[in-house]
Design a protein around this ligand. Structure first.
Ligand code: GDP
Ligand code: MN
Length: 377
């Protein structure tokens, strides 16, 4: 789950990182009051879960409370990269002398974390990395050792960050560990003319799997899903992840579903989702799964790949048949049943003879057919 800047700012503050004084609102009138409380001038910042707000006109300096109100009115409701601005944060303006970049990010391949830092902050880091790769340093962080003062000093030295940022680097690591984050990023981390180090912007991605032990998240956040289809699936208790393709995928067992995604990709198509119905391939789960997948307009065909084990194929087939009674199948469905009671399962589907349902005997064959149907749809 990604946090809004103001939530990241709060976590930073809780861990002793200096951040600008700030308040959030969805009302231009209140923005004026907040600016007054901040001393008159304020930076008005769109709260959306995407970067590049500055470039898009979502970060503006207001010289006085009246201008803060006008600016808030202009920014609220604005569309930034497909995100509608619902709230703005008003922050005390900081006198910036230099801008840096720092982040810690989970490095799944290395099985550890990576500190990324640059003395050229402010711009999007991908841009700096593309044009001046030598200006961005990557330092592996052993998760068991973490970022000690010595490690922080090593990162700061490698990136050319000022000595005072060492303390921030240690605290930022504590944010990551204590808050169960997968990513913490500060861009820019700034040095003020008075020599203070301040986190001017913050991006934090929390590990959804840690929701059970993070009381402060609250039920709503712990259940949070950015994608509406994922939210609908979660409400139905389905193990569903939305992907960007056009072939809907349903399977039993995470491993089988993962390999099904690979096989679909190998056929030159893209999977539209990951949906593992587990051992409980009941009619209801099948119907719920199908309805979530079919409500994704990008889906052009659906592939059901089941290897019968404890849940036998005839049970799955009956589930599909009953699901067809409750869900209107609007796109072709390719079913591959194998394993326990496969022959009986196939016979049940043959008997139902739904015009949009086809069967295949192998996973490769089924994936090829679903990919072809998606292409020609
Ligand atoms: P982003 O564009 O979404 O990354 O939003 P940021 O919060 O990083 O703001 C964009 C840019 O505005 C920053 O990189 C800063 O250069 C600038 N900025 C934001 N707040 C202040 C401030 O208080 N003082 C100064 N001088 N610049 C600021
Ligand atoms: Mn930024």
């Amino acid at each position: 789950m990604d946090l809004y800047e103001h939530q990241a700012r709060q976590l930073f503050e809780d861990h002793g990182i200096v951040v600008p004084r700030a308040e959030v609102t969805d009302s231009p009138k209140e923005a004026r009051e907040i600016a007054r409380r901040l001393g008159g001038r304020a930076v008005v910042k769109a709260q959306v879960k995407t970067g590049g707000r500055g470039k898009a006109g979502g970060v503006k300096l207001a010289a006085d409370p009246a201008e803060a109100e006008l600016t808030a009115r202009r920014i609220l409701g604005m569309d930034i990269k497909g995100h509608t601005v619902g709230t703005v944060m008003l922050a005390e303006p900081i006198d910036v002398e230099a801008e840096f970049y720092v982040s810690y990010v989970l490095d799944r391949t290395a099985g550890g974390f990576l500190a990324i830092a640059s003395a050229e902050g402010g711009m999007e880091i991908e841009e700096v990395a593309a044009t001046r790769p030598e200006a961005v340093v990557r330092v592996p962080v052993d998760p068991a050792e973490g970022v000690t003062s010595a490690k922080a000093a090593e990162i700061a030295r490698a990136a050319g960050l000022p000595q005072q940022s060492v303390d921030v680097l240690v605290r930022l690591w504590q944010v990551l560990v204590r808050e169960d984050a997968l990513l913490v990023e500060v861009n820019p981390l700034v040095r003020t003319r008075q020599g203070r180090i301040v986190a001017l912007d913050g991006k934090v991605t929390l590990d959804d799997n840690a929701g059970f032990r993070q009381e402060r998240w609250g039920a709503e956040e712990a259940q949070h899903h950015d994608d509406p289809l994922e939210a609908a699936a979660a409400a139905l208790g389905l193990n569903y992840v939305k992907l960007d393709g056009e072939v809907g995928v349903i399977g039993n067992g995470a491993g089988l579903v993962m390999s099904t995604l690979d096989v679909v990709a190998g056929c030159g198509a893209r999977p539209a989702d990951f949906l593992d119905i587990g051992g409980g391939a009941s009619a209801r789960i099948m119907a719920d799964g199908l309805s979530v997948i079919l409500s994704d307009p990008a889906v052009k065909s659906v592939l059901v790949n089941v290897f019968g084990g404890i849940t036998a194929c005839d049970t799955v087939a009956e589930g599909i048949v009953r699901a067809l009674d409750t869900v209107e199948l609007t796109r072709p469905l390719v079913v591959r049943l194998d394993g326990n009671n496969a022959a009986r399962g196939r016979a049940i589907l043959d008997e139902r003879a739904h015009p949009l349902v086809q069967q295949a005997t192998t996973m490769d064959g089924a994936a090829r057919r679903a990919a072809r149907l998606a292409r020609t749809a």
